[in-house]
Design a protein around this ligand. Structure first.
Ligand SMILES: NCc1[nH]cc(CCC(=O)O)c1CC(=O)O
Length: 321
């Protein structure tokens, strides 16, 4: 295999994104000591737009677009993403080359004054901009008030500490990666808060799917050792469910797969943001049939009126300010 003399990783500049890029950099450097592995930090549109709901201005794609342009221009060879932020359909010419072993996929309850969602008094303000987390709280804790919470992890924690919220919900994975695990007061089990598709997993995106490249470098082969097969299968099923239902972040959708001895257990849920209507389903089967399992669970959701629920959720999102 031809090892290039230099590899450039494009990354957003948030602390979490840079941690993730550095993790991949270090692993590649260990695998290919003769190659100079570098990070190109970039500010994306998604990072700049903090005043409006992301789903209103173009969705998750805003976090990856600039990185793709850098790869298309040859300024970078690969990009590291939180898989949760990667759209279901990548633009022509781009592909996911590897999915890394998953960190904790659960949501985390973070608060300075309370130990768990159950401990919050009526009217307490909970911060989250995830429609999935919002619908969960509305369904299980109708006495709580959900307020939007945007920004990177440090910004969100800062807003909590300033007293804007009684508690906030964040992905455990991000907190753990940044050494902020001590901020977690409680972990929400999947039975309570089913994770978003891909939550906790990092993915590596590349351009030039026609490998090897003109310079003879086969990026897919080069990155293959970083791929975790079980995580890759799990997220394939989860992202399939998301794709079937439009792959948008305008709707509360959860999809989470675990694999035990080659058998996948896939759970998925769609809901209205007010938590009043929920469809949830689960399937089991061989992990190698990830895509079909995704389709099966989607069929089960459809049989529970998932399309009507999603239409209602979308109408609510479009109607909101
Ligand atoms: N939506 C933003 C985002 N994208 C990935 C993570 C955390 C890390 C991960 O899930 O891999 C977060 C923060 C959060 O949801 O609290």
């Amino acid at each position: 295999m031809q090892i290039p003399s230099r590899l450039v990783i494009a990354s957003r500049e948030s602390r979490l994104a840079m941690w993730q890029a550095e993790h991949v950099r270090a692993r590649l450097q260990l695998l290919y000591p003769q190659c100079a592995v570098e990070i190109l930090g970039m500010t994306t549109r998604g990072d700049q737009i903090l005043d409006r709901s992301l789903s209103k201005v173009g969705g998750k794609g805003l976090f990856v677009k600039e990185l793709e342009v850098a790869m298309a221009d040859g300024r970078a060879d690969l990009a590291v993403h939180s898989l949760k932020d990667v759209p279901m359909d990548l633009p022509e010419g781009f592909a996911l080359a590897a999915v890394l072993e998953r960190e904790d996929p659960r949501d985390a309850f973070v608060s300075n004054d309370f130990g768990a969602l159950d401990a919050l008094p009526a009217g307490a303000v909970v911060g989250t901009s995830s429609l999935r987390r919002q619908s969960l709280i509305a369904a299980r804790y109708p006495h709580l008030v959900v307020k939007p919470l945007r920004g990177n992890l440090d910004t969100r924690l800062g807003k909590l500490d300033r007293g804007d919220y009684a508690a906030i919900i964040l992905a455990a994975a991000g907190l753990k990666r940044l050494g902020l695990e001590s901020r977690i007061r409680a972990l929400l089990e999947p039975a309570v808060s089913l994770p978003a598709a891909g939550q906790g997993a990092m993915a590596i995106e590349i351009a030039h799917t026609d490998t090897p490249r003109a310079d003879g470098v086969d990026l897919l082969a080069l990155l293959a050792p970083l791929n975790d097969v079980a995580t890759s299968q799990a997220v394939t099923a989860e992202r399939r469910v998301s794709k079937v239902f439009g792959g948008s972040c305008q709707v509360p959708l959860a999809a989470y797969a675990t694999i035990t001895e080659g058998t996948m257990h896939l759970r998925a849920m769609v809901a209205t943001p007010d938590g009043k209507r929920i469809a949830s389903a689960e399937v089991q089967g061989p992990a190698v049939d990830a895509t079909q399992l995704g389709d099966q669970v989607a069929d089960k959701l459809r049989a529970q009126d998932a399309l009507a629920i999603l239409a209602e959720a979308k109408a609510a999102a479009d109607g909101a300010a």
